[in-house]
Ligand binder design. Structure first.
Ligand code: GDP
Length: 559
């Protein structure tokens, strides 16, 4: 059976072009062609000649290697598969030279390069997107043949789709006697990933990370998919690189792995990315080899920057260190202002305006307690569309709101809706950092009501109590006319006069009120910070005792 890339090679045409030609001739094909008639081949050759002439040389110059991330359920073999692929690219002597992983690696297959991002999993993939950068060109969805499609497989599919990244499926662990590849492929149907051999469009390769069976096929298919994408990256273009990861080395200082997307980088170049900047002192590739220069898309460890930068952050070149320092300082001030005002938080109230401006779609990540309610909610939401706004359930899943849900909402500029399920506390703090709203409902019509209102831009703003400080009561003073004053020590945050207070005795809340009096020594003050002592008077609660904990809250508008 002839493969598309083989025919493409024969016709001296890129696979992408050949596929377009085939489609224009009404021939359906992706990776394999059933017998083409000689007439059809002649016809193709003629057309190929025409197509080949223009820009091929120019395209070739700027064609770049694909960047691949492995996604899938835990324990399905992402790390093993990556290791197996990487081993094929490293010689015995080189192994000793690789002292540390830099976050991405390169392999060469059939004379072509493929770059792999080393952190498998959709969490890291989407975190990078949430911070502004799309790095991956192709997602390899790893599914263990003995386990099949699992919840995180579904998450991974939705995350890849939300990023509009094509998926190549690797059915792994086919060496196992329990392997049921056919069953996995059947399951894929359900997720609109029908394998080619079953008449669908998804490239699906059977592999074993253990025996290395099928790895060549996988790499071949990645290259094929890449050719269809016609990826380009100009080594002469304006420099742009994305931070993949980084660490602080005690001797060397900040070490950042940058993936070069456009242009070239050499020692001595001056970079700035967010609040980080510096002159490149050293460039090292993933095998630990020192480089003088690197072009797109090479992952390189860079030394000489003032700070490692955030994954997903973009670095650019500037002409002088003075300029770099100035830009970095501006970025630092802007970042700080942003974190203080939290202006850009997306909530159901603001979503309408945001989405109408951008995509005319409300992006929702939906979590529910059962498969049944998830389906019911999806149906209801799909029926809520009106002419102006479309509801787009980016991902729907069962169970608590997890970190990857929050990251996906951040990356999709959407919100999380949880129905009769809780939120992991780590997800809640991530949601605060990423400024993602999580709305919880128990009753379906309340959810519908809110969304309908939001679609019309009518939802009232909501207010939320946010803890701003904690205070230990160390002494009690009874002062005539004023009442009870708690001689206190601030352990966390601050106390602001006029803010709301809750008094805790152990785990129990024994009272509530408003901080009506606040004193430092004898002076009335409006605010006292951590590490200081003060006198607190809570209006509406006079039974405060030594040993109580007072938590102080501010009411903030969310949105
Ligand atoms: P990850 O969580 O997706 O990164 O999965 P790992 O790569 O850590 O693999 C999980 C387990 O499956 C490990 O014990 C691997 O040794 C095993 N494993 C991975 N690939 C294969 C394979 O192709 N065949 C067999 N038999 N075991 C595998």
């Amino acid at each position: 059976m002839m493969r598309v890339y083989q025919l493409a090679r024969r016709l001296n045409l890129s696979t992408g072009k050949l596929l377009k030609l085939l489609t224009s001739l009404g021939i359906e094909a992706k990776s394999s062609l059933s017998s083409l008639s000689p007439k059809e081949v002649r016809q193709l050759e003629k057309l190929a000649l025409k197509k080949r002439k223009p820009s091929l040389k120019a395209k070739k110059l700027h064609a770049r290697a694909p960047i691949v991330t492995l996604l899938g359920h835990v324990d399905h073999g992402k790390t093993s598969l990556l290791d197996a692929v990487r081993q094929t690219a490293v010689t015995e002597e080189e192994v000793g030279g690789i002292t540390q992983r830099i976050g991405a690696s390169e392999v060469e297959f059939q004379g072509k390069r493929i770059v792999f991002i080393d952190t498998p999993g959709h969490e890291a993939f989407t975190a990078m997107r949430a911070h502004g950068a799309q790095v991956t060109d192709i997602a390899v969805l790893v599914i263990a043949a003995d386990d099949g499609v699992m919840p995180q497989t579904v998450e991974a599919i939705d995350h890849a789709r939300a990023a509009k990244v094509p998926i190549v499926v690797a059915v792994n662990k086919i060496d196992k006697s329990e392997a049921k590849s056919d069953q996995v492929k059947r399951q894929l149907n359900k997720y609109d990933l029908t394998p080619e051999e079953w008449g669908g469009k998804t490239i699906c390769v059977e592999v074993s990370a253990l025996t290395k069976e099928g790895l060549d096929g996988l790499l071949e298919m990645i290259l094929l998919e890449a050719e269809m994408l016609e990826l380009t990256g100009d080594p002469e273009g304006d420099f742009k690189a994305v931070v993949i990861e980084g660490e602080m080395d005690r001797q060397k200082g900040p070490c950042s792995t940058l993936l070069i997307q456009e242009g070239s980088l050499k020692i001595g170049d001056i970079l700035v990315g967010g609040a980080s900047f510096g002159k490149v002192r050293a460039l090292v590739d993933w095998k630990g080899k020192k480089l003088k220069e690197a072009g797109p898309p090479t992952p390189v460890r860079v030394l000489g920057l003032s700070d490692i930068g955030t994954p997903g952050g973009i670095f650019r070149k500037v002409e002088s260190e003075r300029k770099a320092r100035q830009l970095a300082e501006e970025a630092r001030i802007e970042e700080r202002a942003k974190s203080l005002t939290k202006r850009d938080k997306i909530t159901l109230e603001t979503l309408y305006q945001e989405q109408v401006k951008e995509k005319k779609a409300l992006n929702i990540i939906l979590k529910a307690d059962t498969q049944g309610s998830l389906k019911a909610l999806r149906d209801v939401l799909n029926n809520l569309e009106d002419e102006e706004v479309r509801i787009n359930v980016v991902h729907g899943g069962i169970g608590e709101v997890n970190k990857s849900d929050v990251l996906l909402a951040a990356a999709s500029k959407g919100i999380v809706i949880s129905f009769s399920v809780g939120t992991f506390s780590e997800s809640r703090s991530l949601a605060t950092d990423e400024r993602v709203e999580i709305r919880s409902y128990q009753v379906i019509y309340e959810m519908i009501d809110d969304i309908k209102k939001s679609m019309q831009g009518l939802l009232e703003p909501r207010y939320e109590e946010i803890e701003i400080g904690e205070v230990e009561v160390r002494e009690i003073f009874r002062i005539p006319k004023v009442g009870v004053v708690a001689g206190s020590y601030i352990t966390v945050g601050k106390v602001v006069r006029g803010s709301k207070a809750k008094i805790f005795r152990g785990d129990e809340i024994v009272g509530e009120g408003v901080v009506s009096g606040l004193k430092r020594f004898d002076k009335d003050v409006s605010e006292v910070l951590t590490g200081l002592e003060c006198g607190v008077n809570v209006e509406g609660f006079n039974e405060v005792r030594k040993g109580d904990l007072i938590k102080v809250y501010e009411t903030k508008r969310v949105g």
